[in-house]
Design a protein around this ligand. Structure first.
Ligand code: SF4
Length: 261
């Protein structure tokens, strides 16, 4: 495979380290080389996943905020099954803040941990009513003061409901950018800061969707489909999963089957 002019192939040392189970992050790769490699990979991801989008259904910032909080430890697909009934019954923060707990728990039951989740969304709605006139604030500094809302959730809401670029460092995102050798950090806030240096700000939201799509469909936690991966040329972790194209292609999940983690 040849390399494009401005994206050097992955440093061999990083690939050897990944093959031994070590970190594929190469501290000797220059920031310029890493940035060029990252941008080349980001462009390729856009080609691989032209349909990438937020997989939670929502019509406004309130619905997206609640749906994102509910998506903890369950699939977006499961959340999408309960939110139509949830938002029909409680269309805004004041309505949800005054919800009957038993009724709310019954609606949330299919999402698992429904008692804790009922607590979370009740506390969230009450905080919105008490401190933000029942509206979802459009600033990171305000969003992270809400109960149960960290930077990941705030970036989902900012990026998809307010058009403010945000990097969503969830489990897929962290795993993939470490496999890409873009960062060695485990802490999501540090991962976000390092990736922010590599990817243009205007692309952060869509880039996050594409990485998460890739994590759900191709670069799985247990069996990465390396032999069917369009990023192989630039990825130091190529080879951690099957490289045989036929075997790897069988691992690629279809969109309908991908929403399992
Ligand atoms: S599937 Fe393999 S080659 Fe592709 S990004 Fe994941 S680790 Fe790298």
């Amino acid at each position: 495979m040849s390399s494009p002019a401005h994206a050097r192939p992955v440093p061999p040392r990083a690939r050897r380290a990944a093959a031994r189970g070590g970190s594929p992050f190469d501290p000797d790769e220059t920031p310029l080389a890493r940035t060029r490699r990252a941008r080349r990979m980001a462009r390729e991801l856009a080609l691989i996943h032209p349909d990438a989008h937020c997989e939670l259904d929502f019509t406004d910032a309130f619905e997206l905020l609640v749906a994102t909080v509910l998506s903890a430890q369950t699939t977006d697909k499961t959340v999408n099954k309960v939110t139509p009934a949830l938002f029909a019954r409680y269309p805004d923060a004041p309505a949800l803040a005054g919800a009957d707990r038993a009724e709310l728990e019954a609606i949330l039951k299919p999402t698992g941990f429904f008692r804790a989740k009922a607590n979370s969304v009740l506390g969230l709605a009450q905080a919105l009513v008490e401190r933000f006139d029942g509206e979802v604030p459009g600033r990171m500094a305000d969003l992270v003061t809400l109960p149960g809302v960290g930077r990941k959730t705030a970036n989902v809401v900012l990026g998809n409901a307010f058009g403010v670029p945000g990097l969503t460092v969830d489990t897929h995102f962290g795993r993939l950018v470490r496999r890409f050798g873009w960062t060695a950090e485990e802490d999501p806030v540090k991962v976000e800061a390092e990736v922010a240096e590599l990817v243009p700000e205007r692309d952060w939201t869509m880039f996050s969707h594409r990485v998460i799509f890739h994590g759900r469909r191709v670069c799985h936690a247990k069996k990465a489909a390396c032999g069917a991966c369009g990023l192989a040329q630039w990825c130091p972790s190529y080879g951690i999963g099957p490289t045989d194209p036929e075997v790897a292609t069988a691992l690629v999940r279809t969109p309908a089957a991908s929403d399992t983690e």
